[in-house]
Design a protein around this ligand. Structure first.
Ligand SMILES: [Zn+2]
Length: 375
């Protein structure tokens, strides 16, 4: 997830918030301060409503973060790298680089999230028992946090993929049958069905005048779309497995010299060869990459006298080897949100592989009924 603010780094994991979270933050603080607390605790004053509203929202954020950290720590302990956690509109996403290789690992990675929310709910509930006045602001904060963490645990335990409970279900089916694709398909189907169920329930609620139905419908929509997306991603990954990068780039287009000027780059490569990016190579070694976007920033009257080396991207350069499989290329492309990665044979220039090449490959295989795996 790109559009996020980086906050801190905990144990080598970047913690960020997606911009949508700021909207939720504002919305939730206002709902609690203006709607919920004044009804439940009529004795407090306006300042207290706001202070408690904002505090509860902040602590909810910390609770979601702890839930995500629990997933990440288990992943790291099992040797799966985790680079970042992004908190967004409906909770958090841990950027866990690889899918677990074993059902057991997936099971423990998934279950620990809801368990930590449950433990948090227990802690807040326990602390609540120590507060004497149930109408005090402290009691209000603790009650709400216990409740929210409990709801978070239960919701995440629902057995629809990609919720934690869906991952648990998938790991159990996977462990029993040894078939990851089938396990994913079943867990994702449950996820979609639950999503539709929530949408229907939310709409009925809305129909009888309960505005909260909008939220349920929205969460349901989100769940069913992510279930579908996860299923598609896994199918794609299975189809790309074992296909070498060299099969897609073919002979591999030539690079351009760093001394060539932009006018030549545009005429020969962008217009002549209908490409949007090209590796910059000298003596067959890769120095960088230059794309249409780089050229767009340069005024037209400077094209003749500007060499490619002045506008090319030197780093970060993402590259794969012609012998890597297409998943390696695709995961670099999605992780760094770029359109192409360099193909390098050791340090030598071998070409580029881009998103479109990979999608074309998939489309062609599908149309011709080649390499159909899984189901
Ligand atoms: Zn979770």
């Amino acid at each position: 997830m790109k559009s996020s603010l980086k906050l801190v780094r905990i144990a080598g994991i970047d913690i960020g918030i997606h911009y949508s979270w700021l909207i939720i933050f504002a919305f939730l603080s206002v709902t609690l301060s203006v709607g919920v607390f004044p009804q439940l605790y009529p004795e407090w004053d306006t300042t207290t409503y706001w202070m408690v509203g904002v505090l509860v929202t902040l602590l909810l954020f910390v609770s979601v973060l702890l839930h995500e950290l629990a997933h990440s720590f288990v992943a790291k302990a099992r040797g799966i790298p985790v680079h970042s956690i992004t908190l967004f509109i409906l909770g958090g996403v841990s950027n866990i680089e690889e899918e677990p290789e074993e059902a057991k690992v997936e099971f423990s990675m998934a279950i620990v999230g809801p368990l930590s929310s449950l433990v948090l709910a227990g802690i807040f509930w326990g602390l609540l028992q120590l507060v004497e006045d149930p109408q005090s602001p402290l009691a209000g904060v603790l009650t709400y946090l216990a409740l929210i963490n409990f709801v978070l645990a239960i919701f995440n335990l629902l057995p629809g993929y990609p919720l934690d409970g869906g991952r648990v279900l998938r790991s159990i089916l996977w462990g029993r049958t040894g078939n990851l694709i089938r396990a994913t398909n079943i867990a994702a189907t449950v996820g979609q069905a639950m999503g539709w169920g929530l949408i229907a329930f939310g709409l009925v609620q809305l129909f009888v005048g309960n505005l909260g139905g909008i939220w349920l419908a929205f969460i349901g929509w989100f769940l069913s779309t992510s279930a579908e997306a996860s299923r598609r991603e896994l199918t794609m990954r299975e189809q790309l497995k074992g296909v070498r990068v060299s099969e897609v780039i073919g002979a591999g287009p030539e690079g351009i010299s760093p001394d060539a000027n932009i006018a030549e780059l545009v005429t020969r490569v962008f217009r002549g060869e209908h490409r949007r990016a090209v590796p910059v190579c000298k003596d067959n070694y890769v120095l960088g990459i230059v794309t249409v976007t780089d050229v767009k920033e340069l005024p037209r009257d400077q094209w003749e006298r500007t060499p490619v080396r002045d506008i090319m991207t030197r780093e970060p350069l993402y590259s794969v080897s012609p012998r890597d499989d297409l998943n390696a290329a695709m995961s670099l492309i999605t992780r760094h949100d770029v359109n192409q990665v360099l193909v390098m044979d050791d340090t030598k220039c071998a070409g580029l592989v881009n998103r479109a090449d990979i999608l074309n490959y998939l489309q062609l295989s599908q149309e011709l009924g080649l390499r159909q795996k899984g189901s």
